[in-house]
Design a protein around this ligand. Sequence first.
Ligand SMILES: Cc1ncc(COP(=O)(O)O)c(C=O)c1O
Length: 391
Amino acid sequence: MQFDFDTPLPLRGKHTSKYDNIARNFGFDDPDAIAMWVADMDFKAAPAILDAMRAEIDWGYCGYFGNTRPVDEAVARWLKDRHGYEIEPSSVRYTHGVISGYGDIIATYSKPGDGIIVFSPVYHAFYRQVEAMGRIVVESPLVIEDGRFTMDLDGLAASLKGHEKIVTLCSPHNPGGRIWTTEELRALVAFCVTHDLILISDEIHMDLTFPGATFVPTLVAAPEHADRIAVLTAASKAFNVAGAETGIAIYPDAAMRKRMSQTILDRESSPNRYGMVMIKAAYTGGHDWMDATQAYLAENFRIFADRMEAIPGVSVMQMDATYLSWVDFSGLGMDDSELLRRSVRDAKVIPSPGAQFGGGGSGHMRYNVALPRATMLKAIERLEAAFNDVQ
Ligand SMILES: Cc1ncc(COP(=O)(O)O)c(C=O)c1O
């Protein structure tokens, strides 16, 4: 293999959230614990990114960033080449992370007390952001059909109260790794038109598709409704540069772009220099690394899912994308604290507890499989042992 995903990087005591925040979050730590919770990868970033960062550091200037045009063009080229998604470079804006961009859109298109719809279970920071801004989270429970999540738009329509202003879509979905089809996306956009809602499509996991799977951008599925679609994405998950906290927002509609640009201006917010350097390098020279990463992650997931499924009462949701495996332990009849105790304390494998992801999360744990294969195999063996009394 051209890139090395197998050699473990030292991650403890290096200011990594996934290792150095275990004790704070789980009230437990062990030098031998394996972190499978925080959504970043244990791998070095792509050589193209590291080379660009070295050049930047050697140059030595660390001031404010100006002229985003070359980065906008790199974003537009990447979207076209990888996803057949044509945008004007001038429709791109940058945020301090995707969740901060999510907050900017909520601030612009809703007021305190308004409802923000999420499809649960879903990425936990949506809940915190909406609640912190004094808006109300409206959960639309995903339904499991043929082992995969599907949206229940009829159920959602029947439950609307009239205060809802925004729909949040996670595409591909975290957790569960579902790529929504063109038909599903069009149905959701039609729903937003009928009920006069803005759709925020969080596409941060867009590049983490498994070989053979094709991601459908919401703006490709329903370009005629761009006036109510805001897209958030990033190089952060797929290229493992989340520490740069730089998100990409795409606003093809001129009126929406104007409103969002004003919000950004009001915040006196300019892009993180190193985030911009990394985005440009990733989207210019990162194609081969991305292909190799996708293949490695798909194989890790296949191994993880096969072995975990072999534990009686445990089932693993099949994914099209992401490295975040959604594991259903509800067949074991244990409560959430016992599930977490076995994973964290007995196996010393740190998951994300399912209840964090809102409705439908209880009885589940989410495991990040973006780690060296040998480390993942060690984690699987320990999980098998921690649940061996159910065998
Ligand atoms: C769907 C989704 N959106 C946003 C984020 C976080 O993005 P950021 O760190 O850029 O705010 C994550 C991180 O796991 C995520 O899964």
